[in-house]
Design a binder for this molecule. Sequence first.
Ligand SMILES: [Zn+2]
Length: 214
Amino acid sequence: MRDPDRWVVVGLDNGGTTNNATVLDSAGQFLVDRLAECPSCVGDGPDKAIEALARSLEDVLELTGIPRAAVRAVGLDTPGPVSAEGVISSKGATNFSDPRWRSFDVRGALEIRLGLPVVYNNDANAAALYAHYEHFGSAEAALRSSVSVIVGTGLGGGVIEAGRVVRGAAGMAGELGHVWVPMDGLLAAGQPVPRCNCGLSGDAESVASLTGIE
Ligand SMILES: [Zn+2]
């Protein structure tokens, strides 16, 4: 029998093509053990993408049999660059190329659409937070600090201090991919220094992202 006082939080992971979703109960246990994916519709602009996120939430609740009324809050992450409060960069972003995304408050828009509190982190910080709690366990996580490097198409990073994400003034703290690394002794004779999309040569992303490794 389900406890009527039981509450959950829903996690929504937004990507360039796909959303993924999960549900955690009040004890921090994941109630979904697989990918729960649906199209993110990000390329169709903010209105369609916010609807797609709302659909992700409904779908994952249906999957777990949890009633909507049991949801206390939503955790949202997206690719960057996005401010610490979930506002897409005014200069645009690779994953949010439609001009309507510029300076769009994705966190605020989802909060209004769902009528639930929405907490935002960029995807690398969300991954770092997960890794931190997974590594230290929930009892000790709030007492510990960690640095995570997130290898993907690019190279993301996150810094956790006393169990909380260090965001920095502009939400860019822990962006480890664009830190220059000494290349002495790393390159074969005649091998060019790898260049990053950010303009730097020989930064961590140009060497150790999946793109860089390839
Ligand atoms: Zn770079």
